[in-house]
Ligand binder design. Sequence first.
Ligand SMILES: Cc1ncc(COP(=O)(O)O)c(C=O)c1O
Length: 523
Amino acid sequence: MKLASLSDYLLLRINRSSAKAAPGKGKAAASRESGAAKAPKNAKPGSERMPVNRQIYQLIREAILAHTLPAGMQLPSSRDLALELGTSRNTVTYAYEQLLAEGYLESRTGAGTFVADTAPDQIPEAVERKEPLTDPSGKSELSARGALLTRQAGVGERQWGAFMPGVPDVTCVPHKIWGRLQNKHWRRSNSDLLTYGPGAGYAGLREQIAEYLRVARSVNCTPSQVLITTGIHQSIDIVVKLLGEHGDTAWVEDPCYWGTRSVLNSLGIQSVPIAVDQEGMRMRLANLRRPPRFICTTPSHQYPLGMVMSLSRRRMLLEYAATHKVWIIEDDYDSEFRYGGRPLASLQGMDTQDRVLYMGTFSKIMFPGLRIGFLVVPESLAKAFATGIAELYRNGQVFLQATLADFMAEGHFASHIRKMRVLYAERLRLLQQSINRHFGEKMTITGGEAGLHLVLGLPQECDDVLICEEALAAGIVVRPLSRYYMHARGARRGLLLGYASVPNEEIARAFDKLAAVIKPHLA
Ligand SMILES: Cc1ncc(COP(=O)(O)O)c(C=O)c1O
């Protein structure tokens, strides 16, 4: 490309309609006089708001990448090009300097400015090429693991509103108290709180959690066994990464929380579904003959059906785990909210053989956006876990952990739980009332003694996934029970209805809308 053709190429594409162009005399001035102020036909999209110097830079860069301007070609001086374009010299100098800085151009003293040789380095032929395991459907670039994760994803786009399960009423968080405590830490500008956190998390919070768990959940631990994570997903992730191997198996309750299965799948752990009955996980002989590496369970409040694991099942699990060196992952996500009787003690508190990894979260008691959870491991593993967490995630948000520690130490945490328990019990009552008003005794309700949601059973011939889609179109968020099972065949049909985040006065109205969606499916 010669000087004349470079300037033609630029003139054709530069859009001056909104950019301030310096007065000039060359072809551009002529074209402006002839009414060329509008965007040229082949101007780049998006160039309407781009200054001319930036457009010149981009156009030359593109021409170099497309080899229209070959390596070694000399560019006109900035003065000559500016004259040709009818723009100021500074405008062209800016573009050249940027291209020089990025290596597209090189300047040779006394000779001028040239297109640099930017051909990519030679890539040697691969000696051995392993075909990656890709999406078996062949429809995407995802790996087989990525395809499985996204295909079976349980997470929904809407995370708020009637009747989103598993979400507390975040509007009730005592903002003023929280703000005061957080400000205290900001004002002190303590660099320890703003840098990466220690692997195990903020010491003050670990002490508060250990104390709380000892008293409220009969967890047997010292602060040194408590590790702060970003929630239960991360707790499972680190446990499996440090104690499991790709190809290991894990027993999971069927149905179970989708997040547990997704994290396990993503780490190459094969989930073995274990049915649940009124006493919790019910292992068959065939299961017991093949000890897994992990047993994932929600013994205090089975998710999503709500039963509590019986004492004899607990003892059996602990004994089995000790004999076969199996790790029990105890997910104790919402036991604070039990509306009848006292919350049951944790499985960890009964374990004398150090086989239980206990995990909890502040997502349900405080607010999910906090992303703080905790993991209690046997003393012998505590140091390795702290190192693993620091090495893999480099967690931060230490000032939030410090704020939460103060929130607990000043007694606000305990009173928030008490207040929310009363509120949620009332919302549960209102929802049950609405269900009865529409369906009487016809529908079964399970899991209505604890937690933040209940399960409304549907006849097996109902398509609960379709009902949820129709409900969403009517502005109501519900989740289909069948999706929590590992296989669709044999999965029970029902709807998970979260009541905790729905204001009392909205519950009846929102359920009316949902009932209108459900009724045609029952006919
Ligand atoms: C059984 C169970 N475990 C874990 C979680 C998620 O916990 P986190 O927010 O700490 O990741 C949920 C959320 O709904 C849950 O239902």
